[in-house]
Design a protein around this ligand. Sequence first.
Ligand code: ZN
Ligand code: ZN
Length: 230
Amino acid sequence: MRALVESICRGKDDCVRELFEAFGSLREIEQRLVSRSVAIAAGSSLPLITSLDDVALQKIVMTMVETLRELGYDIDRAVIERVITGALEPNDNESSFVSLVLRRFLYKSLKSSNHPVFQTPWEGSICPICGLVPIAAVRGEGQSLVYRCLCGFAWTSSSMTCPQCRSSDVSVGRAGDLGLYRCRNCGHVMVVATEEQVGGEEGDFFPLAAALLLSSAQGSGEGRSAGGGI
Ligand SMILES: [Zn+2]
Ligand SMILES: [Zn+2]
């Protein structure tokens, strides 16, 4: 993960340190959320984030508000509610942070209750849990890619196709040592790494690092981010 983080930070030591600190803070939040063992019942319509009933929704909101407050983050419950229901598209630091923590909390809760979505291989193009189009993937065997969603869900595509439009007309560029796959049909961009590059304790945060890489490339005019929305 260090090489990936260094690409995002363009070698600036302060930036590298801050990003690893941010990963550490997120890990602490997640561990605290998971330790509360909140059982969330989700329906069957996909993505599951859209099929939470009111009880599940309130349980998530309450747990997030309380846990984040304990850790010193004062987040308005209305922001969490609006991000879950899709009424608020993440558009600033607070809503992006809520969206990320929410997705990862939902993934971990459903995983620990072994929701049926984990019991059969997923072949769709969007994440069945949180509905995002992946912007990060790890090279698998042959031409296969393992899509990695921001929430933590991962699934395999047997070929190098665009997850957004399923086109196989993909150009392969580079961002430092990483692959940058751009769909010629719809413009969707994905950061592609090797297993080795996303190894280590922080590998769990590869999709977040990929989102940051794409938005920093967008900011400097080197590339275009698509389907981010963290
Ligand atoms: Zn997801
Ligand atoms: Zn496409």
